[in-house]
Design a protein around this ligand. Structure first.
Ligand SMILES: C[S@@+](CC[C@H](N)C(=O)[O-])C[C@H]1O[C@@H](n2cnc3c(N)ncnc32)[C@H](O)[C@@H]1O
Length: 292
């Protein structure tokens, strides 16, 4: 039964899709459903089966507020506080970049190399954000040990919580600091044979023209790659020889126009015996691998 003035879940979803379509979103129905599922704590099937039930009053207000935030351009993941990456659900907030599907290619490349030597792997994720890379790898490589660093203490708090959520907290050592230097004070100093990073790689010029949904909401520290977007790669590559255990693999995510520049930076570094680029689903260079 529903009383006068109440709307059904189905009607609320229809209105919400319209509102998000008018705001210019590409998948308004999916996003409206995702917001409502989050608020109700239901899955998609329950939402469908109960579409004729009345939308509870307290949810109606929260749904309206969430729709307004989304229509104003806030990323869906910051509103729901969740993002799926490599089949796992990660908590996110505005201290961390929302994990992107391209970054799953980095995890694929790392797993392909690491699986046959799993028990010898000492991996490190530089600029771990919400911990998606290290946590996904730790889940898939239960015999391996991982380290992860970020300059942001708030991001590390999210990453630690995500490691706990997925049961790998005791296999990832988190340190606050500047990429590899975050581990310089540890005794004995760790050596890594799997070095991973999706660092900030947007150049100062590109930062100004980023879509507002990114520029106005995601942390600048996770985006800003300095004047030419390559500052983080230079920093990581300069310190790498002091922290590696051979044989090993470096896997970097790069901006789609940065392939040649990051390849050149790696070739200046005598550490590597082979460097290569891998393309993403759109055919753009996205992952650099370096064997050392
Ligand atoms: C592009 S985000 C990547 C986050 C996450 N690894 C992912 O793939 O979604 C880059 C991360 O690097 C961190 N970062 C920026 N400068 C850093 C530095 N000098 N040392 C360590 N981490 C840094 C940022 O705080 C941010 O979390």
């Amino acid at each position: 039964m529903r009383s006068h003035g109440e709307v059904t879940i189905g009607e609320a979803l229809q209105r919400a899709s319209l509102c998000l379509r008018e705001a210019g979103l590409e998948r308004p129905r999916d996003e409206a459903e995702a917001l409502l599922m989050h608020l109700l704590g239901w899955g998609r099937l329950a939402l469908f089966l109960k579409r004729s039930a009345a939308l509870p009053g307290h949810i109606a207000g929260a749904f309206k507020a969430a729709l307004q935030r989304r229509a104003d351009g806030e990323p869906l993941a910051y509103i729901t506080g969740e993002k799926e990456f490599y089949g796992l659900s990660f908590a996110v907030n505005r201290a961390v970049l929302v994990p992107r599907p391209e970054t799953e290619l980095l995890v694929d490349a790392a797993l392909q190399w690491a699986r046959p030597r799993e028990e010898k792997i000492r991996g490190v994720d530089l600029g771990c954000g919400c911990g998606n890379i290290a946590v996904a790898l730790a889940c898939h490589l239960p015999e391996a040990a991982f380290f992860a660093a970020d300059l942001s203490p708030e991001a590390l708090q999210v990453a630690r919580a995500n490691a706990g959520r997925h049961g790998v907290r005791d296999r990832i050592r988190f340190e606050e600091g500047d990429y590899l230097d975050a581990f310089a004070g540890l005794q004995p100093p760790p050596r890594f044979n799997l070095v991973l990073s999706n660092p900030p790689y947007i150049s100062s010029g590109e930062l100004k023209i980023l879509p507002a949904a990114i520029r106005d909401y995601e942390p600048l520290l996770s985006l800003d790659g300095g004047p030419d977007g390559l500052a983080a790669y230079r920093r990581i590559l300069a310190r790498l020889p002091y922290f590696v255990k051979r044989p090993g693999l470096l896997v970097l995510e790069i901006g789609s126009t940065q392939g040649d520049a990051v390849l050149a930076l790696c070739r200046e570094q005598p550490l590597f015996h082979r460097v290569a680029l891998q393309k993403d689903y759109q055919g753009l260079p996205r992952i650099l691998t370096g064997l050392f």
